[in-house]
Design a protein around this ligand. Structure first.
Ligand code: ATP
Length: 395
């Protein structure tokens, strides 16, 4: 069994070790996380990963996701807290004895070795018998569809093929935990989509717990059983893709997950007795019954709020319907939908208009730049955030 548990993990890099990584850092002004103690990059991280679960750590550059992964691998010391793999605390266990394997963005293949030799290498180090090595390498190659390249050198492979070899080299060891650090970032968009699907297939074939780091929310949403959304070394929310999409814990998660990004408006939440309405720009919408119940349970009163609405939940309206008005700035034809960028209430608002839905009166409507458009959204689709803290008021 390979559960992985993180208990109150903290990582501080000593100030004098600070180095410029990927063009960031050394000359920048002292950021808020730099104290006399050092650079605080992971703060009180707690997570229980189940055996065979696929966990994705996602967040913007510098949020501490790679550092967290490297602490599991033993490539970074843990400043405070405990990491356990399969119930055993590994803080002081050497990387090679942790029964994990890691795949990097840069593939890190040995250029002078063939694909076969690259994949056999970790097994040779473990002094496995030759025929067992051969069987394991060929099995992994078969799983990843790279059998025909076994005799080639890495330089004679495409980026996607090289990354398959790197994954193959990691899985031949049948690690308890497979760590992947932005493995698809060096590939072009089309290959990335293909490899994403390959990874989904791979996890069905092998008996391993996956912990995967990416800055790409699409990868996180499509691959993860659960996603950990990180910012400034803090896990902002941990949940299934549905949970984080439908019930974002705060403004950061709401804005990070979902493409195009959620729209945010300044609005007034008005409570009268036990019921609530939200008002903005002369438009009024009542939160769904479920949301009203959650707000009542939290004792939320009338207040200024940030209202969030996903572009997919904005519908175009006729002028006689209660609605808001926008002026079209850009209309992007995406195939099955149009992304309508509007100016409204002094800000940008994006609506995704489905062109495939024949019952929609706006089907295939071409919106000209400068045209005035009425739009609305329902009380099921709104998210209400505290104006100061950004926390979801239903939480
Ligand atoms: N050895 C180090 N010494 C000091 N600071 C470091 C060191 N390694 C990383 N950092 C800093 O720690 C923070 C977190 O880095 P980390 O690589 O974990 O972030 P990340 O979320 O994976 O970002 P990216 O996607 O850009 O790799 C960054 O601010 C980085 O500059």
């Amino acid at each position: 069994m390979a559960e992985v548990s993180f208990k109150h993990i903290k990582k501080v890099y000593p100030n004098n070790e600070r180095k410029s990584r990927k063009g960031r850092g050394a000359k920048a002004e002292r950021p808020a996380n730099v104290t006399d103690e050092g650079v605080l990059v992971v703060k009180d991280f707690n997570l229980d990963v189940a055996d065979r679960e696929f966990i994705v750590l996602v967040g913007p550059s510098g949020c501490g996701k790679s550092t967290t992964l490297r602490m599991i691998a033993g490539l970074e010391d843990i400043t405070a807290g405990e990491i356990a793999i399969g119930g055993k605390v590994v803080n002081d266990i050497a990387p090679k004895d942790r029964d994990i394997a890691m795949v990097f963005q840069s593939y890190a293949l040995y250029p002078h070795m063939s694909v076969y030799e690259n994949m056999a290498f970790p097994l040779k180090l473990r002094k496995l018998p030759k025929d067992e090595i051969d069987r394991k390498v060929r099995e992994a190659a078969e799983t990843l569809g790279i059998t025909e390249y076994l005799d080639r050198k890495p330089k004679a492979l495409s980026g996607g093929q090289r990354q398959r070899v790197a994954i193959g080299r990691a899985i031949v060891r049948e690690p308890k935990v497979l760590l992947m650090d932005e493995p698809l970032s060096n590939l072009d968009a089309k290959l990335r989509n293909q490899m994403r699907a390959e990874i989904i297939k791979l996890r069905q074939k092998i008996d391993t717990t996956f912990i995967y780091v990416t800055h790409d929310q699409t990868e996180a949403m499509t691959l993860g059983d659960r996603i950990v959304i990180m910012k400034d070394g803090i896990a902002q929310q941990i949940g299934t893709p549905h949970e984080v999409f439908d019930h974002p814990a705060n403004l950061f998660v709401a804005g990070f997950i979902g493409v195009p990004q959620m729209n945010f408006f300044d609005a007034d939440l008005v409570r009268t007795g036990d019921s609530y309405v939200v008002r903005l720009g002369g438009f009024e919408v009542a939160p769904s019954e479920e949301k009203q119940g959650n707000l009542r349970a939290k004792g939320v009163g009338s207040q200024k709020v940030t209202l969030g609405v996903r572009p997919e939940h904005i519908t175009l309206a006729t002028p006689d319907m209660p609605s808001l008005t926008g002026t079209v700035d850009v209309s992007e034809m995406m195939g099955s939908s149009v992304h309508l960028h509007m100016s409204s209430l002094g800000q940008d608002v994006v609506a995704v208009v489905n062109t495939m839905d024949a019952t929609d009166p706006t089907v295939a409507h071409r919106h000209n730049v400068g045209e005035s458009v009425n739009y609305a959204f329902s009380g099921n689709a709104i998210h209400l955030f505290d104006k100061q803290s950004g926390t979801n008021l239903e939480f």
